[in-house]
Design a binder for this molecule. Structure first.
Ligand SMILES: Nc1ncnc2c1ncn2[C@@H]1O[C@H](COP(=O)(O)OP(=O)(O)OP(=O)(O)O)[C@@H](O)[C@H]1O
Ligand SMILES: [Mg+2]
Length: 381
C-alpha cells in the first residue's frame, strides 16, 4: 500500500483536489493564446495547477513548455534553459537544431544532443560567447521569439509556462520584462502562464508603469475550500483501505491552516502513523502523534529560525500565534505580550511578512507554516 498523500512536489493527478474552476479558466484562456498571470503565496498549488493545465492543453494537441525561472543563476543561464526547453518540444532533433540556428543569429548557439534513457535523449543549449549587456539583450530578443517559431515549424499551438516568474527581477529586472513583454504580445498562437509566488513583487510587476501592465488576465489563486479539502482527505484515506475517524479530515485541514502543502503533509504523516502499526483506522490521536513527531523533526530548524529573529519579532510572532493574529496593535494586546509601542509592532510585523513567516488573511495575520505555529505555541515562552 502506498501513501496516498503527496507533499513537497507537484501533485500527481490522483492526489490533486478541486481547482476545477481555475483549471477551466486557465485552459480556456491558454487556448485563446492569452498571457495569464497566476499569483499566490508559496505552497498554494500553483505549480501543480500549471502542470494540470499544460497536460490538458497537450491533450488538445498543443506543444507545452515549462521553465522554472528562479532556478537559473544568471540571465544567460536562463536564456539557455529557455531555449533548451523550447527546442526539446521539437520531436525531430535535426529539425530543432536547424531552426534554432536560423532564429538565433546574434550569438553562437552550441547545441548538443546525447541519446539517453528518455525517448528523445537529452539536449543542451549554450551561448558561450555572450558577454556584454548588449549581447545579452540581442540574444534575449531572439530567444523570446522562439515559441512562435516553434508554433510555425510544427503548425501547432504552443503553451509556455514560466514558473517562479518573480525570479526575473533578479536578472536586472527592467530590461528583461520589457523584452519579454514586447515579444509575447505579438505571439497570438502562443499562450503563456507567468506563475509567481511572491504576491507583492508580482503585483508590482503588473503596475501601471511596468511593461506587463494589462498584458493579460490575472488569476489570484486562493486556498481550496476547507469543506471540499476535508472531504477529499477522508475519501483518500478510505480508498487506501484506512478508515478515518469522523472529523479527521476537517481536523487536518484546520490544523494545517488549510494550506494545501501543510494539509497533505499532515495527512501523509498521519497515514504513516497508522500504517506503521498495521492498523486500518485513523484517529485524531494519530494526527496528534504525527504532529508531535513532525515538531521534533523540525526542532533544530525552528530553533535556528527563532535565534535569527530580533527580540521584538519573537514577541510579535508569539502574539500572532496566541491572539490568532488579531488586534496586534491594540493597547491591550501590546501590554499583555509586552510588545512595546505600536510602531515597533508594526515594524516587526512588516519584517515577518517580508520573511514569509506570516501573511495576511482577511482581517488577521496567520503564521504561514502551521508546524512553526504549533512549535511557537508549545515550545517558546
Ligand atoms: N490541488 C491540490 N490538491 C491537493 N494538494 C495540493 C493541490 N495543490 C497543491 N497541493 C499540495 O501543496 C503542495 C505544494 O504544491 P505546489 O508545489 O503545486 O505549490 P506552489 O504554489 O507551486 O508552491 P511553491 O510556491 O512553493 O512553488 C503539493 O506538494 C501538495 O502537497
Ligand atoms: Mg511552485
Amino acid at each position: 500500500m502506498q501513501n496516498p498523500f503527496v507533499y513537497g512536489e507537484v501533485v500527481p493527478l490522483s492526489a490533486f483536489a478541486d481547482r476545477v474552476a481555475e483549471l477551466d479558466r486557465l485552459v480556456a484562456d491558454l487556448a485563446a493564446g492569452q498571457k495569464i498571470f497566476l499569483i499566490s503565496p508559496r505552497r498554494y498549488g500553483k505549480s501543480s495547477l500549471v502542470r494540470r493545465a499544460l497536460a490538458a492543453m497537450a491533450k488538445q494537441g498543443a506543444l507545452t513548455v515549462e521553465v522554472t525561472v528562479s532556478s537559473y543563476s544568471s540571465y544567460v543561464a536562463f536564456l539557455e534553459g529557455y531555449a533548451r526547453a523550447i527546442v526539446s518540444a521539437e520531436t525531430r532533433w535535426d529539425r530543432a537544431r536547424t531552426w534554432l540556428r536560423e532564429v538565433i543569429r546574434s550569438a553562437r548557439a552550441e547545441v548538443h544532443y546525447s541519446p539517453d534513457a528518455s525517448p528523445l535523449g537529452s539536449i543542451s543549449v549554450s551561448f558561450p560567447n555572450v558577454r556584454s549587456e548588449r549581447d545579452q539583450s540581442r540574444l534575449a530578443q531572439e530567444v523570446f521569439a522562439l515559441p512562435s517559431r516553434l508554433a510555425e515549424a510544427r503548425r501547432r499551438k504552443v503553451v509556455v509556462a514560466l514558473d517562479e516568474f518573480q525570479g526575473i527581477a533578479g536578472f536586472d529586472g527592467g530590461s528583461v520584462e520589457h523584452a519579454l513583454r514586447a515579444a509575447v504580445q505579438h505571439q497570438r498562437e502562443v499562450g503563456y502562464i507567468f506563475a509567481g509566488s511572491e504576491p507583492s513583487l508580482m503585483e508590482r510587476m503588473l503596475g501601471p508603469k511596468r511593461p506587463f501592465y494589462k498584458a493579460g488576465p490575472v488569476i489570484r489563486l486562493d486556498k481550496i475550500p476547507a469543506d471540499e479539502f476535508s472531504a477529499f482527505i477522508d475519501a483518500r484515506f478510505a480508498r487506501s483501505g484506512i478508515r478515518s475517524e469522523s472529523g479527521l479530515g476537517a481536523a487536518i485541514v484546520e490544523l494545517a491552516g488549510n494550506l494545501p502543502y501543510d494539509v497533505q503533509r499532515l495527512a501523509h504523516e498521519t497515514w504513516d502513523e497508522v500504517r506503521a502499526d498495521g492498523r486500518r483506522r485513523a484517529t485524531l490521536d494519530d494526527l496528534h502523534l504525527a504532529l508531535r513527531r513532525l515538531l521534533t523533526e523540525q526542532q533544530m530548524m525552528f530553533e535556528a529560525l527563532w535565534q535569527r529573529l530580533k527580540a521584538a519579532q519573537r514577541g510579535v510572532l508569539r502574539a500572532v500565534v496566541l491572539e490568532e493574529g488579531r488586534g496586534l496593535l491594540s493597547v491591550e494586546v501590546r501590554e499583555r505580550h509586552r510588545l512595546g509601542g505600536a510602531s515597533t509592532v508594526q515594524y516587526a510585523l512588516g519584517a515577518l511578512v517580508r520573511d514569509d513567516l506570516i501573511g495576511r488573511e482577511g482581517d488577521r495575520y496567520v503564521v504561514v507554516d502551521s508546524l512553526l505555529r504549533e512549535w511557537v505555541a508549545r515550545r517558546t515562552f
